[in-house]
Design a protein around this ligand. Structure first.
Ligand SMILES: CCC(=O)NCCS(=O)(=O)O
Length: 351
């Protein structure tokens, strides 16, 4: 355990008392590039999206096929717009964000520090590794001990040769089936978490068995499941019974694709992406079953078209639009505060 971190939350500007966090989105990206992941095969009727400008005329195509439009896949160069949106988030009662960009999709702690300084939003940066297909050869070739050492250094000394420290491990990327490199990274994550008492966040593969399999690997390697967030449950577990079974494993449960209101899911075309209303129904189900201390929420903004500048919902959609929907559907203010304030605070505090 890192003595100086115990009882604190570590932001890119240094440690803060957990009570300073306020309303916290637990899974966002402010600076990332998912181009290395490749693109899905898009329908033949589409115009050549690569050559189209990002304008109103093409916004319908881009919203329906966001991953087929290369310029949409990067937030690089958008820092001024992101900074404006962070200020807007703060004006509307937001306070903190976990920035989950890890190695493989262009993490940049220096940029996060600048954004935090210019906006006053607490930004907690993620250490670690994204999915196998995004990773450079040296990660595939590294030993588990080397990966542990790098993640521990990112949290205790500073990331990428800077003195800017990460405050969480993840999002740790996994595919389905989980690859050998991803299993090694998960085992290293559990070992680093044991040393540091730090929070962990996981990106599961797109299969309903994936979250439980990740938890099994982490638990076997000594990880603290009660301090681990399982992301993207929106597009991973669709059945309430299966969700109840997964909740019993003890991780935080995260719905983090709020704002995506297109049911066609380009990444897995035989799965329907739920609407915000359906996300709220699933959350209400777990709240009604006693898991109100386990739910966290976010938007996972990672493409241009979801920024307000490009006609998207932005980082304030949950505060402005989703919370009123939740309250109108029988979720209490106390439960909303748990999802946005108390649960993120408990998760992010080093033990
Ligand atoms: C880098 C952000 C990301 O990949 N988010 C997950 C999207 S999805 O797998 O839920 O479609």
């Amino acid at each position: 355990m890192a003595a100086d971190l115990k009882g604190k939350v570590q932001t890119v500007l240094g440690c803060i008392d957990p009570s300073q966090l306020g309303r916290t989105l637990t899974h966002e990206h402010l600076w990332c590039d998912t181009t290395p992941l490749g693109m899905p095969t898009c329908p033949s009727f589409l115009p050549n999206l690569k050559s189209l400008p990002f304008n109103m005329q093409n916004l319908g195509f881009i919203r329906q096929f966001p991953y087929s439009y290369t310029p949409n896949l990067t937030l690089h160069g958008e820092e001024q717009h992101v900074i404006e949106e962070l200020k807007f988030f703060k004006q509307h009662g937001g306070s903190s964000m976990v920035e989950c960009t890890t190695l493989g999709i262009s993490n940049n702690v220096g940029m996060l520090k600048t954004m935090a300084e210019k906006t006053g939003v607490n930004i907690i940066a993620g250490a670690g590794y994204y999915v196998d297909s995004s990773l450079p050869p040296e990660v595939h070739g590294a030993t588990q001990e080397q990966l542990v050492s790098t993640m521990v250094q990112d949290i205790t000394q500073g990331a990428a040769g800077t003195s800017i420290r990460c405050g969480v491990i993840g999002e740790i990327g996994t595919s389905w089936p989980i690859t050998a490199t991803e299993k090694k990274v998960l085992q290293a994550t559990a070992a680093a978490q044991t040393q540091l008492g730090c929070p962990v966040i996981i990106h599961p593969g797109r299969n309903k068995e994936a979250p439980a399999e990740v938890i099994r690997i982490l638990a076997e390697a000594g990880g603290d499941i009660s301090r681990t967030v399982m992301s993207h449950l929106d597009r991973t577990i669709y059945d309430k019974g299966e969700l109840s079974e997964f909740a019993k494993l003890g991780s935080y449960l995260e719905w983090d694709l709020f704002g995506i209101e297109v049911s066609y899911y380009e990444q897995v075309t035989n799965l329907d992406m739920p609407s915000d209303a359906q996300r709220i129904q699933m959350i209400k189900h777990v709240l009604d079953n006693g898991y109100e201390d386990r739910v966290v929420i976010a938007h996972d903004v990672h493409t241009k078209h979801r920024l307000m500048h490009y006609g998207g919902h932005g980082y304030s959609h949950i505060l402005l639009n989703v919370v009123p929907m939740m309250l109108a559907r029988g979720i209490s203010q106390d439960q909303v505060d748990k999802m946005l304030i108390h649960n993120p605070r408990n998760w992010l505090t080093f033990k």
